[in-house]
Design a protein around this ligand. Structure first.
Ligand code: DGL
Length: 265
């Protein structure tokens, strides 16, 4: 059986990209709820309904595990989804814990970038309160990045001015770690690097989620010998258009390049 990956849009590909590194012989279904993106700017109850509809659809396709490759969806629905379905469900949340651990010793602050909905949610506040003893965690919503990503606008000339404007009241030197708390944001690591110097860590929860997925499949004896095949769906419709499929492939190539850039530095 395949593994399901779900997001409001193309952000989930940044997590699937990591899964393909750790589990290259699995087959996948990638579901983007493109009719309803962006989730982060909509009321919670509305988004919750979209999420349950999408997961019902994926469950009917037959999946052996589900990754909610969306911080926003995880924060508002993962607990209830786990009550409803009996396959393993993994979520992704802002990697605040490792960020705080690394910054405390350096006397630096942590900046969490995410959607408005994620940052408003109780789950995020509980997470920060349980870890942030010295009040070093700050946050900033960046809905514009979700929009840029959905429009495939990754060029630095377009993105950097937006980031500069959103960060204009922040003292960049104070930060030791930037947490990418939205799966759409890793596409912009090159633009973020224009603003945050090399000594600032830029991290996300995607590697942890992919490793966790591998651990769970191994523990359940559910490792496959597939070929890394991916079926794409947009809000319930199978993607068969060759241009759209090749755009997804291009995203994986872009993520490979960004990975290379970050491992070199
Ligand atoms: N990619 C999603 C996340 O990780 C949400 C983006 C959106 O739909 O607003 O939060």
């Amino acid at each position: 059986m395949r593994i399901g990956f779900f997001d409001s849009g193309i952000g989930g590909m940044t997590v699937l990209h990591q899964a393909l590194r750790f589990l290259p012989n699995e087959d996948y279904i990638f579901y983007a709820d493109t009719l309803h993106v962006p989730y982060g700017e909509k009321p919670k109850e509305e988004v919750r309904e979209y999420i349950f509809n999408a997961v019902d659809f994926m469950a009917n396709q037959g999946i052996k595990a589900l990754v909610i490759a969306c911080n926003t969806a995880t924060s508002i629905a993962v607990d209830d989804l786990r009550k409803k379905y009996d396959f393993p469900i993994l979520g992704i949340e802002p990697a605040v814990k490792p960020a705080v651990q690394s910054c405390e010793g350096k006397r630096k602050k942590v900046l969490v970038l995410a959607t408005n909905l994620t940052l408003r949610e109780e789950k995020f506040h509980n997470l920060v309160n349980s870890i942030d003893q010295h009040d070093i965690v700050e946050s900033l919503p960046l809905p514009g990045l979700v929009q840029f990503a959905e429009n495939f606008e990754f060029r630095e000339e377009k993105v950097v001015p937006y980031l500069e404007e959103r960060l204009s009241s922040f003292d960049i030197k104070q930060y030791g770690t930037i947490v990418l708390g939205c799966t759409h944001f890793p596409y912009f690591e090159d633009s973020l690097r224009e603003i945050f110097p090399e000594e600032v860590d830029i991290i996300s929860g995607s590697i942890g989620t992919a490793k966790n997925l591998k651990r769970i499949l191994e523990a359940n004896n559910q490792i496959n010998e597939g070929s890394g095949d991916i079926l794409f769906f947009k809000s319930g419709d199978k993607v068969e258009d060759q241009d759209a499929l090749s755009n997804y492939k291009k995203l994986l190539v872009k993520l490979d390049e960004l990975l290379l850039m970050s491992t070199k530095s």
